[in-house]
Design a protein around this ligand. Structure first.
Ligand SMILES: [Mg+2]
Length: 266
């Protein structure tokens, strides 16, 4: 008797869903027309020069890494990048990033691995902001000596959304691992800056040692994540503004990319 009822129910579900789908198609003769006539679906050749959307499209291409390796902000987009990095759009993007990361963190059973639940953070443009350097020297300007001097001065502020996320994760019991491409020679300045910006009680701060100098960030950071795993850490989350912070091997369960149209690090 029960099996007969199941067959009847299954028939009704199949019949009604098929009929419903067909009714939508048959009673909406304008559907096909509206799709094909919508300007979005008509192939448009948009000129690169003088295109109001070009810089936004370029930014999307670098954030998704469709652009791959790049060394310079297009000259026509320097003002756009400055406006983005010093304005509300950047702040809004960072807030959404932090919300996404926190939503995932809440799904993790932090007490499950006896104090070895880890979360990795990059530092520059992830915890600390170097926008002041670019405001001073000009967006698009990169000089390793000038940047090191800037970092030595330890004046970078925290990215507010990141600081909030950092504290939330800490309260949830995650061990916070700071993994940066900065040189070991910048350890004191980095620690001083982090503390002044409001960060504290990280599990460990990993910088590039002498043997890491020639490695790409992807290799260096992957090797360090693997070492963490060998020490028993489970890396649940990883936050970085560069794809090289996030990909490679020994990757986190979830990786969270912060925006950065200011520079690219391989
Ligand atoms: Mg960074």
């Amino acid at each position: 008797m029960a099996s007969t009822q199941c067959v009847v129910v299954l028939f009704l579900i199949t019949f009604t869903s098929t009929a419903f789908s067909r009714s939508i198609l048959e009673t909406s003769p304008k559907t096909h027309h509206s799709f094909t006539s919508n300007p979005i679906f008509i192939r448009r050749k948009i000129p690169k020069d003088g295109n109001a959307f070009y810089c936004e499209s370029w930014r999307l291409s670098v954030e998704t890494d469709n652009a791959g390796s790049w060394t310079q902000i297009p000259a026509s987009c320097l003002d756009f990048v400055e406006e983005y990095a010093t304005g509300d759009h950047y702040s809004s993007d960072l807030e959404v990033f932090a919300e996404n990361a926190l939503e995932f963190a809440k799904e993790v059973n932090v007490s499950s691995i006896h104090g070895k639940d880890a979360w990795v953070f990059d530092i520059d443009e992830t915890l600390l902001s170097n926008v002041g350097y670019y405001e001073f020297y000009g967006f698009g300007y990169y000089d390793v000596d000038a940047l090191n001097e800037w970092v030595e001065s330890a004046v970078d502020p925290a990215l507010p959304a990141s600081l909030e996320l950092y504290k939330e994760l800490q309260n949830m019991g995650f061990k916070l691992i700071l993994l940066t491409g900065r040189s070991e020679s910048l350890r004191n300045a980095t620690e001083k800056n982090l503390l002044q910006a409001g960060y504290s009680n990280w599990e460990t701060l990993i910088l590039r040692g002498p043997s890491d100098t020639d490695k790409t960030a992807t290799v260096f950071k992957s090797e360090k994540r693997r070492e963490l795993e060998h020490h028993g850490f489970k890396i649940h989350g990883n936050c970085g503004d560069q794809w090289s912070d996030l990909r490679g091997f020994a990757v986190a369960t979830r990786s969270f990319k912060l925006p950065n149209p200011m520079y690219y690090a391989p």
